[in-house]
Structures are given as structure tokens and as C-alpha cells.
Design a protein around this ligand. Structure first.
Ligand code: SF4
Length: 745
């Protein structure tokens, strides 16, 4: 008689990558060489956000769980060899704790910095913020989410009194009558979300896409507006001007639900259509058509993303789109409003719970005495002991080796992802001590004194908050490999060595329960959300306060602003904004504009996705997209090596000639290091409100180049340091980057 074979049930969880946080299941498929099961990704059709659909990144996400693809031992840079070599955990943690303590003692607490990541779970982000402020006592903490949607966060807080990516479920997009998608290429960044745009059009709705490139998303639009990079602000103001001129305002809504309209109206009226055409390059008839479609729709919404935000005026640009929505009475109405499509997996929750330089858990302000008192009570410390707001992400990186001498870097790869990256790389090399917690030996980890290998998404339980403000549970499906610890264990180990073991539990649910208490009463109130409830309800939308005295729990808040906004008077605030040029305009030496973005098969700095075979085969390296007219002028053909040169450096990659881009603009994806590193070129000019760098536009020239074969492509997977990349090499970039430095003025 045969024994029936029973497999362990699949584990329902979420993708480790972008802010859509697609639901997926992990199924044991075979026994792995290290005794752990090999997991396969399967569909989870019941999860409402993606309904089973996954992009290639999600489908292949389990590959990185295998030991060969990731770090499994701590690494310590040995003085004798100058290389990173395997070490034990005690030695590695002792070295990191010793460096942190020494720097604090010698130079003060603010000489120690912490830099986190938008991929960390809420529990890790919370623990990292608490560790920085309570154990290290430093104000110098920020995270790479600052590079992601801080401009939308600042504009949303300014107008609505709260910062949540989408104030409604993503499914509402399919039921609106007109959606304006600004600076987002969902077809490449979040393919499962694209179906909502398709449904919108199947339902008879209109899609308007604003993007300087004719992307695969723009190809699906009823109307594609292609403004010159850096001019979205003028475009939004021009549309508002037309709405006023055509008397298409919702005066009743403005009267009842907003403040500040007269000033915002005056600012918009200075942007008449012909001026906007001159600034943006978008013809007046297209402007009129867009304004009529948007204002004439019963339900309408504007969705922005990085293309709108990553500018030195990103907050005002988002504010201009919000003004357009308010003037036409959209926010808080069904299937209408303004939203932002968050980028990183937990970009939203990461800042809500303590990684951001100016925020405490619950989305509270660090400079608010009542907020400090509340969180200090939960942490059992004196409010006066909590440091104030610190430097923003780029400013913190720029300060390395000067005011900030020792850095703890967790889940981030700024050598590839930061603007003016060769400079940032040099600042990292100039540190007294760099400790990196990561899954893989990223370009940044290569520079470390100590690398701590940490567990991944499927190896530990934790929560994330997706782009809708839906708090989700990622469940553990497999143990981490021997030799790997969780970030919570790392922080507990460091806290113990620094005299603060108490308050750093390693059980994620225990951390989440404390986070709930810390968030209670704040804008992002999670106090009514527990692990069990998240699991039962497929996520819970914040704010969700605890109601101990009520018969039923708070239902969560899928849709914000129905009755009031989160401002003191309950009204949304118009903010008057006016157009201004990009921080860097073209000149005779740099006559073109560069804009940057993502491709379908890579994610952010590529540290993970460049290690996945299928993804790497689909998108093996960077490229420079340019218009045939520009290619003719330069005598360039498809595949020719091109150097894109700005005032800061240069990047080299093969040409991709396409009519999908404006003749005055070139495009590079930013997922690679080495000579093809787009961020060698980008501009760190900061938005005055959000401190967001201007990734999306800078002045460049393009010239023929020889390619260095080392640039781009897949990184190695070896755990030992790569010769020539260690910090002991001194302040120089990669071969390509050195070239960039030589060419920069
Ligand atoms: Fe993962 Fe985002 Fe792809 Fe969904 S769209 S599978 S969350 S990378």
C-alpha cells in the first residue's frame, strides 16, 4: 500500500520588492543542499491588490533565498590583507559596537550615523529608529525612502494634514472616469497595477499620462502629454489656469472644504496656456483637451510618482497637482482625489515608524513636544534625552567622514542609488568605520569594515504598509541559513554591548505591539491593528485606533477625507505655487537633459535583482535612450558606446535609439554601478521642503565613448571582498567613475 504524500501547506505572504506588496504564496518544492526546503513562488488569487498577478521580479523572488546567492557569514576587513574575510558573530558585533561607542565617546553622539532602507519591515524601521535615538542618542538617522516619495509626503501633509500614498484602495482607480498619471511608468514598475488602468478604459474612462518618454504605460493612454523634464509644475498650473478660465471649478467644494483658494488662484492665473506651451513644449490644444477631460469627468483623480517628485521643486509640483484636484472638488469624493504611488516595498511604513530624520513612530513630528513625551513614555526614557531632527538622506551621506565618522547602514546601497554617487562613494570611503547589514554583498557593503548577513523577507515575520496605507503581514516560510541573523537580533546584540539590551526584543510581534502603543493617537495610528487581524482581513488600513471600550473594533480607514481632512480645521489647504526652472539648465557645454528611471526586470539599485538569472538575462545592463534626430546629429547608431557627461561625472552605456523620447532629452535606468552608473551624473540639488534630490533632471552632453567591460551587469556572489573595491584602496571610484571624475569640472 502506498503512503499518500502530503506537502506542507503554502505560506501566504507578500513580495519583497515594490510598494504594491503583491500577495503570493511560498511552497516547498524540494529539499535544499543546506537542509532547508527550496521554495517556489505561487499565485495567491484571493489577495485583492494583485489578485494573483505577479511581475517577473515577484515570480523569481525566492531564488535569492538559496545560500549561494547571498551572504551567510559575517565579514570583517582584516588589516593584513585589506580584504573582507569571514568572521564569527561575536567578533563582528564587538567590532561594530566598539566603533559606535568609541566614536560617540570621542566626537559626540551625532558623529554616529544610521542609514536605513525602504525595504525594512515596520518592526525593523521602528527598532532602528529607537536604537538610534535611545541607545546611540544620535539625531543622524535617515533612510533611502527620502529619495522615493518625500516630496509627495511633504505636499500631502501641507495640503491634507497627513501623508499616505493613496487615500483610497487601488481598485478605485478602475472605477474613476478620468485618471491623470504623472511621472509613473506602471508597465515597468508595477505591472499588476496596470490592469486597473486597463479596467478604467474598459469601463469607458479616460487615461491621461504625463511623461517626457512615450513609455509602455503612455502607449495605453488616451492622451499622452510629454513635457520637457523639470516642467511638470508649469503644466499643472497651466491646467488649473484653463479650469478657471473655462469656469469649470467646483466653487461649492472650494467654499465648504478648503482654505487658501484666492492665493492659489492668483498664482495659477500667471501661467497662461501659451506661456506653459513655451515652458513645457506641450501644445496648447493638448493642454485644453487635458483640462476639459479632467474637469468634465464626474469622477477624476491625479496619481503622481517619482517623475513628479524627484525634483528640487518636487513638493511644489505635487502641490500644484493637489491644487488642481481641490479646485475641481475631487479629494474625499468617490473614485476621485489625489494619490501618490509609493515606490519601495515599505517606503510608507518605513518613515511612519521612525527611520525618517524628522519623525517619530505614528508619523509624529520629532519637534512636537507632545509627540516626544508620548513616545518617550513608551520607550521609558526622559523626553529631553531624545535628540531633535537630523540631516536628510543626501545631507547625511554628504557629511560622512566629516561630522559623521561612523555609520551603520541597513538595507540600502547608496553607492548606486544616491545622487552624485561618485562623491557619495568617496564620503563612505572616508568614514572612520562603516558597518553594513545586508542580504548580499552590495557595492556599498564592499566598502564596509564589517558586514553583517541578515535574514530575508521569507525567513522572518513582519509587517509592511503598502502604497494604499494597507498594513500587511509577511509571514515566515523558512528558517534563515545557519550563520544568518535577523536585523532585530543584530540590533539587540548591539544594544546589549552598548548597555541598552532592555527594550530590543527579537520577536517581531512583540516589537509590533510596542509600535502600536507608540503610534497610538498619531496621524498613522496602528494601535487597533494586530497580527491576527491583519491575517484574517488581508490587511488593515491605517488610521485604525484601538477602541478598548467599544463593542466592535475600529474598521480601519480605506478611504480618507470623506468628511474632513486631517488639518486642525478639517479643511484642505491650497498652497500657492509658481513655476521655476530646474536647478540645472542646459548650457553650451551640457546642451541636453538627462532623466532617469527603472526597467521592468530590475529593482532600485539592483543589489538583489542583478543576482537573479532570469532578471539579469532580461535586463543585463544600462543603456542610453536617445531620439533618432539626436543620434543622427551625433553620428550614433544603436549599440554604440555613449558617455553621458554632467558637471559631476559621467556614465557610459550603449545607445538605444528610439522615437519614444524627446530629442532634447536622454534617459538612463539607474540600477547599475560601475561605468554605467546613472547616478554618477545626477544632481543632488535638494527640494527645500522635502530634501528630495533632483534625480529626474540635469544638464548633460552626450559623446562617443569606449566602454569599460567592467561596467554594469551582474555582480559576483562571492562573500570575500573584491580586490580593488575595499575602503583601504583610498578615495577613488570604480574605473569608470575615476574617468567621470577626470571629466567633471
Ligand atoms: Fe513584487 Fe511589485 Fe512585481 Fe508585485 S509588482 S510582484 S510587489 S515587484
Amino acid at each position: 500500500m502506498s503512503v499518500p504524500h502530503t506537502s506542507p501547506p503554502p505560506t501566504d505572504t507578500h513580495c519583497p520588492y515594490c510598494a504594491l506588496q503583491c500577495g503570493m504564496a511560498l511552497c516547498p518544492a524540494a529539499d535544499g543542499a543546506d537542509g532547508r526546503p527550496v521554495l517556489e513562488v505561487a499565485e495567491r488569487p484571493g489577495f485583492p491588490v494583485n489578485e494573483g498577478a505577479l511581475c517577473g521580479k515577484g515570480r523569481t523572488a525566492a531564488e535569492l533565498l538559496a545560500p549561494g546567492a547571498r551572504l551567510t557569514r559575517p565579514l570583517v576587513r582584516r588589516a593584513a590583507s585589506g580584504e573582507l574575510e569571514p568572521a564569527g558573530w561575536d567578533e563582528a558585533l564587538d567590532l561594530v559596537a566598539g566603533a559606535l561607542a568609541r566614536t560617540r565617546r570621542t566626537h559626540g553622539p551625532d558623529a554616529v550615523g544610521v542609514f536605513g532602507g525602504g525595504g525594512l519591515t515596520n518592526e525593523k524601521a521602528y527598532a532602528l529608529g529607537k536604537f538610534a535615538r535611545v541607545v546611540l542618542g544620535t539625531s543622524q538617522i535617515d533612510y533611502n525612502g527620502r529619495f522615493c516619495m518625500s516630496s509627495a509626503a511633504a505636499a500631502g501633509t501641507r495640503a491634507f494634514g497627513v501623508d499616505r500614498g493613496l487615500p483610497f484602495p487601488l481598485a478605485d482607480v478602475a472605477r474613476t472616469d478620468c485618471a491623470v498619471l504623472v511621472g509613473s511608468n506602471l508597465a515597468e514598475t508595477m505591472p499588476p497595477a496596470l490592469r486597473r488602468l486597463s479596467e478604467l478604459r474598459e469601463n469607458g474612462g479616460t487615461l491621461i499620462v504625463v511623461d517626457p518618454r512615450r513609455t509602455r504605460t503612455a502607449e495605453q493612454a488616451d492622451l499622452h502629454l510629454a513635457p520637457r523634464p523639470g516642467t511638470d509644475l508649469a503644466l499643472a498650473l497651466g491646467l488649473l489656469h484653463l479650469v478657471v478660465a473655462e469656469d469649470a471649478l467646483d466653487s461649492g467644494y472650494i467654499e465648504a472644504r478648503t482654505t487658501g483658494w484666492p492665493e492659489a488662484r492668483s498664482a495659477a492665473m500667471a501661467h497662461w496656456p501659451e506661456l506653459v506651451e513655451r515652458v513645457t513644449g506641450v501644445p496648447v490644444p493638448e493642454l485644453r483637451r487635458a483640462a476639459a477631460l479632467f474637469a468634465g469627468a464626474r469622477h477624476a483623480m491625479v496619481l503622481t510618482a517619482r517623475g513628479t517628485e524627484q525634483h528640487a521643486k518636487g513638493t511644489d509640483t505635487v502641490g500644484a497637482w493637489i491644487n488642481l484636484c481641490l479646485a475641481t472638488g475631487r479629494p474625499g469624493r468617490p473614485y476621485s482625489g489625489f494619490g501618490t504611488l509609493t515606490g519601495q516595498g515599505n517606503g510608507q511604513g518605513g518613515r511612519e515608524h521612525g527611520q525618517k530624520a524628522d519623525q517619530l513612530p505614528g508619523g509624529r513630528r520629532l519637534d512636537d513636544p507632545a509627540a516626544r513625551a508620548h513616545v518617550a513614555r513608551v520607550w521609558d526614557v526622559d523626553p529631553a534625552s531624545l535628540p531633535g531632527p537630523g540631516r536628510s538622506a543626501y545631507e547625511l551621506l554628504d557629511e560622512l567622514g566629516r561630522g559623521v565618522r561612523t555609520l551603520l547602514l541597513a538595507g540600502s546601497n547608496p553607492v548606486v542609488s544616491a545622487p552624485r554617487a561618485a562623491h557619495v562613494e568617496q564620503r563612505l570611503r572616508s568614514l572612520d568605520f562603516l558597518a553594513v547589514c545586508d542580504v548580499v554583498l552590495s557595492e556599498s557593503a564592499h566598502l564596509a569594515d564589517v558586514v553583517l548577513p541578515v535574514a530575508q523577507w521569507a525567513e522572518e515575520t513582519g509587517t509592511t504598509t503598502n502604497l494604499e496605507g494597507r498594513v500587511l503581514l509577511r509571514r515566515k516560510a523558512v528558517d534563515p541559513p545557519p550563520g544568518v541573523r535577523t536585523d532585530l537580533q543584530v540590533l539587540a546584540g548591539l544594544a546589549e554591548r552598548l548597555g541598552g539590551r532592555r527594550g530590543f526584543p527579537t520577536d517581531p510581534e512583540e516589537v509590533f505591539d510596542e509600535l502600536r502603543r507608540a503610534s497610538a493617537g498619531g496621524p498613522a495610528d496602528y494601535s487597533g491593528i494586530g497580527y491576527r487581524r491583519i491575517a484574517e482581513e488581508d490587511g488593515v488600513f491605517w488610521p485604525c485606533p484601538e477602541r478598548p471600550a467599544a463593542d466592535t473594533p475600529h474598521p480601519g480607514t480605506p478611504r480618507l477625507f470623506r468628511e474632513r481632512f486631517a488639518t486642525p480645521d478639517g479643511r484642505a489647504r491650497f498652497v500657492p505655487v509658481t513655476h521655476r526652472p530646474a536647478a540645472e539648465e542646459p548650457d553650451a557645454r551640457h546642451p541636453l537633459l538627462l532623466t532617469t528611471g527603472r526597467v521592468l526586470s530590475q529593482y532600485q539599485s539592483g543589489a538583489q535583482t542583478r543576482r537573479v538569472g532570469a532578471l539579469n538575462a532580461a535586463a543585463p545592463g544600462p543603456f542610453v535612450e536617445l531620439h533618432p534626430r539626436l543620434a543622427r546629429e551625433l553620428g550614433v547608431r544603436d549599440g554604440d558606446a555613449l558617455a553621458v557627461v554632467s558637471r559631476r561625472g559621467r556614465a557610459v552605456a550603449p545607445a538605444r535609439v528610439t522615437r519614444a523620447i524627446r530629442p532634447d532629452t536622454v534617459f538612463m535606468p539607474f540600477h547599475w554601478g560601475g561605468e554605467g552608473r546613472a547616478n554618477s551624473v545626477t544632481n543632488p540639488a535638494l527640494d527645500p521642503d522635502s530634501r528630495m534630490p533632483e534625480f529626474k533632471v540635469c544638464a548633460v552632453r552626450v559623446e562617443r565613448a569606449e566602454r569599460d567591460s567592467a561596467g554594469g551587469g551582474a555582480p559576483g556572489t562571492a562573500e570575500a571582498g573584491t580586490p580593488g573595491t575595499g575602503r583601504s584602496e583610498g578615495p577613488a571610484g570604480t574605473a569608470g567613475t575615476n574617468g567621470a571624475t577626470a571629466h567633471a569640472r
